[in-house]
Design a protein around this ligand. Sequence first.
Ligand code: ZN
Length: 187
Amino acid sequence: MSAEFDKLAKEEEPQDPLEGFIYKLAPKGSLTLFRLLRDEGRELTEDEIAEKLGASKNIVRKILYKLHDLNILVYRRMKEESTNWNTYYWKINWEGLSVSLIERKKEVLKKLKQRLAYESSNRVVYVCHKCGREYKFEEALANDFFCPICHIPLDYIDRTQQVILLEKYVRKLEEELADELRRIQSS
Ligand SMILES: [Zn+2]
């Protein structure tokens, strides 16, 4: 069974942020299945998906339900009159996906801003390479530039370049988010 998962996942290399999001969260083989539904541009049944992917229904069903849990896919259930069986028609939950993507970006942005706040207020620090503790100039000076715990000399760190990079990245992400929110609200 896992060999079959591996086969499905062979070509999986995320090509854009949306694919990266699916690749990170969903099990192996998900991206292949997602691309099939995206490229077909219509609803597909489990049988059709299994056939097109050359995978067993069992595997396909597992991935489908996982993607459904993650809000990436939705299905429509239809009772076949002749057999009285239910057929499931699957498609991509585009609306839900953009919302999840935005939520995730917001999380990333929040963490980046926290990091930025920390690094800008600790732009220049002294660090002990043994225990990793950081000291501000006054603390380092008071300890003659030695780590008071490990008794070894402290290293000097200047994060100015890092802070500039982080600021740039935060701004870029904020712009992306604003664009996406506008797009969702206008659609
Ligand atoms: Zn130390």
